[in-house]
Write a new protein. Structure first.
Length: 132
């Protein structure tokens, strides 16, 4: 019997309209054998949490360039928890000042990946941290 594939929702919250990085990550995860659901642009935290619940994902990857990470990411973590998805990893990638990373992690974000991170590092993190 084959092991279940890791399921990852890749989402772009807020008004940020740049999704090239999110698409690169989605493709890298798919190429690594993961199932990837991409929500598209301009998603609300509520839309992201609902999609994560509906798709029964192991992780939610948030791509954010807008500077609203301190508001949007903790809200997504809270909504996932309210829906019983406390084991779902929340990863953040994009433009996040280093001084904000510790606070995001305290609020439930599993990891923050900054520009220049190799896609293999993200794949390895998911492979090491998702419990199948």
């Amino acid at each position: 019997m084959s092991e279940r594939k890791i399921r990852v929702l890749v989402a772009k919250p807020g008004l940020d309209g740049h999704d090239r990085g999110a698409k690169v990550i989605a493709r890298a995860l798919r190429d690594a054998g993961m199932e990837v659901i991409y929500t598209g642009l301009r998603q609300t935290p509520e839309m992201i949490a609902a999609a994560a619940l509906q798709e029964d994902v192991d992780a939610v990857g948030i791509s954010i360039l807008s500077g609203a990470h301190n508001t949007l990411c903790p809200r997504i973590v809270d909504l996932l928890a309210e829906n019983g998805m406390t084991d779902t990893l929340v990863l953040v990638g994009g433009i996040v000042p280093e001084e904000d990373i510790d606070e995001l992690k305290k609020k439930g974000v599993a990891e923050v990946f900054l520009p220049g991170t190799s896609t293999q590092d993200i794949v390895s993190f998911l492979n090491s941290n998702v419990r199948n």
